[in-house]
Unconditional design. Structure first.
Lengths: 55, 490
């Protein structure tokens, strides 16, 4: 089954921009999460231990 | 090195342009409006930024001597060669926020009777008529429940009596209070009591007992007479008058700070938020909690829960909060409690203990419920669901199960694991995560799944809207910010 959606020009631009922003957001989230994964683990490990893991 | 050198760093230390960039620290973000983003870190520090600033931050293009760079650095969003305490500090703040988990369970709810003299359409517990003693808690059950209460590691214990109408079993309330105080001589907990009542049975005997044992009262006041009586019908159609009389009597005998009221939003409440708030003001109540209906119990059976959606409720909340802020601007301190809670979470490193806004959820570790028949539930919502016939969140029974059986049961541990927002799809990436939580019973009741799909979640939608609104007020409205901060500081 094919679903056809019809938009006015204004709402078309609105939705295209919204989707573009969402893609950019997810890309930023991916970069943030990959780059900070190890350091997050380190912070949590230090938070829940009495050791000086960071040193 | 000179004496000055010991106190101040050398000039080179401030010339960060010569250092080799910065490293990102764990952070999340969410859009605040069409042009701004809300950026938060693991411990709840936050910044409101533009899309370009967000992009520059993640792509490491922030100019090192800019104000934005120093904001990011001081709030723990990045580290550079000059940051030697940032990670320790973040770990310490994280530990402070998580402190509550080691001191579980502070709130113990005793459902002393399911009987009630009201027939509220939205009641979240299926009440029984007031002549069925089979729905009252017995002394034996209360004793067993108290055994469990005093096993909680929490240094502060609050015992809350609920129903039905708990004053229909006032004898048992007296028994629990006196027995708990006697037992507490050994345990030395900070022990408090609350009776949640419609106040229709508030006699001098009850008030004397409340004075003697410093008991707080909490009641329901839905607004002006017509609305209150329509929402909360009782034989005689005098529910409003009885509640107001009870509030006044309690204020006179116990003091204004010992009696509070809660409202529940029905479809009829939606156009009346100002008159609801006026009713609170007229009766010397200095705060209100604008609460939507919960989708359990009679609210489902009578379809009350489906009569408005999140957007309609949010407009009601927004209009109410605007009015509350207006009242404050005129010099009268009046607080909307959910907003106060959110601002507290945004600006303080300490946990609030509010069951629904925690990760993991506060089920059984913040509040636990002992039903009239001895069944134990992870939250008030869990027993509401059980009254509808679904006992998924029943943790055991005071007569058959030990404390260890209950607190280490698969039912509870699975639920807690499922409510760690940090590992829930969509929550894990959300900028509002440090201040939010998840309600497993709500999602189970509305989506048939404890975690639920957040894009379809009324809980998520409601809280996102509130976060965005409150943060925008803090950022954009100087007067509102002053008022909101004064609520937190006091």
């Amino acid at each position: 089954m094919i679903l056809q959606l019809h938009f006015s020009l204004n709402s078309k631009i609105f939705w295209i921009n919204k989707i573009k922003n969402e893609v950019l957001d997810q890309d930023l989230r991916d970069t943030l999460s990959q780059e900070t994964a190890n350091i997050r683990t380190l912070i949590l490990a230090n938070a829940f231990s009495n050791t000086g893991l960071i040193e | 090195m000179s004496l000055l050198g010991k106190k101040f760093k050398l000039i080179e230390a401030f010339d960060q342009a010569t250092e080799g960039g910065y490293q990102l620290l764990p952070a999340r973000f969410a859009s605040l409006d069409n042009i701004r983003y809300f950026l938060s870190n693991e411990v709840g520090e936050f910044l409101v930024v533009t899309r370009k600033q967000l992009d520059d931050y993640v792509r490491k293009r922030v100019f090192k001597n800019s104000d934005f760079y120093y904001d990011l650095k001081s709030k723990g969003f990045l580290i550079d060669a000059d940051s030697n305490v940032a990670l320790d500090l973040l770990a310490l703040k994280y530990r402070t926020k998580a402190q509550r988990i080691s001191q579980f369970t502070a709130l113990h709810i005793f459902v002393v009777s399911l009987r009630c003299d009201y027939t509220c359409q939205y009641c979240q517990v299926s009440r029984q008529t007031d002549d069925k003693h089979a729905f009252d808690m017995s002394e034996q059950t209360a004793d067993k429940a108290l055994d469990l209460v005093f096993k909680s590691p929490s240094p502060a214990i609050k015992i809350e009596f609920q129903g039905g109408e708990p004053l229909l079993n006032f004898y048992l309330i007296q028994y629990v209070v006196t027995t708990a105080k006697l037992r507490n001589i050994q345990h030395q907990k900070d022990l408090q009591f609350v009776i949640t009542s419609n106040l229709s049975l508030l006699t001098d005997e009850v008030l004397d007992f409340c004075v003697e044992h410093s008991i707080f009262l909490s009641t329901s006041l839905d607004g002006p007479e017509l609305l209150h009586n329509a929402n909360r019908p009782r034989p005689g159609k005098n529910g409003y008058q009885l509640t107001i009389d009870g509030i006044k009597k309690a204020q006179a005998v116990l003091g204004r700070d010992k009696i509070g009221a809660l409202m529940t939003t029905t479809e009829k409440s939606l156009p009346n938020v100002k008159s609801i708030i006026d009713t609170y003001l007229e009766n010397n109540l200095d705060c209100i909690f604008l609460r939507p209906l919960s989708p359990y119990g009679f609210a489902i059976k009578t379809r009350q829960a489906y009569k408005y959606d999140v957007d309609q409720w949010f407009e009601f909340y927004k209009e109410g909060l605007d009015y509350v802020l207006e009242i404050n601007k005129q010099g009268y301190r009046f607080v909307e409690l959910y907003t106060e809670l959110i601002v507290n979470k945004l600006l303080s490193p300490f946990a609030t203990g509010y069951v629904d806004l925690q990760s993991p959820s506060g089920a059984a570790i913040s509040a636990i419920v002992y039903n009239y028949d001895g069944d134990i539930y992870a939250s008030d919502e869990s027993r509401m669901l059980a009254e509808m016939g679904d006992k998924k969140f029943r943790l055991g029974n005071v007569h058959n199960d030990s404390y260890e059986d209950i607190m280490l049961s698969d039912t509870l541990l699975d639920m807690l694991e499922s409510t760690l927002s940090e590992s829930i799809p969509m929550c894990a990436d959300c900028g509002f995560l440090p201040y939010c939580g998840t309600d497993p019973v709500y999602h189970y009741a509305t989506q048939g799944d404890v975690v639920g799909h957040k894009a379809l979640s009324g809980f998520c939608s409601k809280n996102m809207k509130i976060f965005r609104h409150v943060i925008s007020l803090l950022e954009d409205d100087v007067e509102a910010r002053k008022i909101l901060l004064s609520w937190v500081r006091s």
